[in-house]
Design a protein around this ligand. Structure first.
Ligand SMILES: [Zn+2]
Length: 77
């Protein structure tokens, strides 16, 4: 009778570990892979075709984004 109780406890622990692992792993792993912390929105300068972060780009009057003031002036001319 003690043996049956032990088997029941072991099965319960195994079932509990499987269940908790299944619920924990997608929540912990998915955001780590899906959202890299350093990912930035990149834009391309229409004059020299260089890629740069949107925060570093200069917006032109036509709504396009340029890498520097010189290229913004060149596009306007
Ligand atoms: Zn440029």
């Amino acid at each position: 009778m003690k043996f049956l109780l032990l088997v029941a406890v072991v099965l319960a622990v195994v079932w509990w570990l499987r269940g908790s692992r299944r619920t924990d792993s997608p929540g912990r792993d998915a955001p780590r892979q899906g959202t890299p912390a350093q990912q930035q929105d990149m834009v391309q300068c229409p004059v020299c075709s260089v890629h740069l972060p949107r925060s570093d780009a200069l917006p032109g009057p036509n709504g396009q984004l340029y890498c520097c003031a010189e290229h913004r002036l060149r596009a306007e001319a």
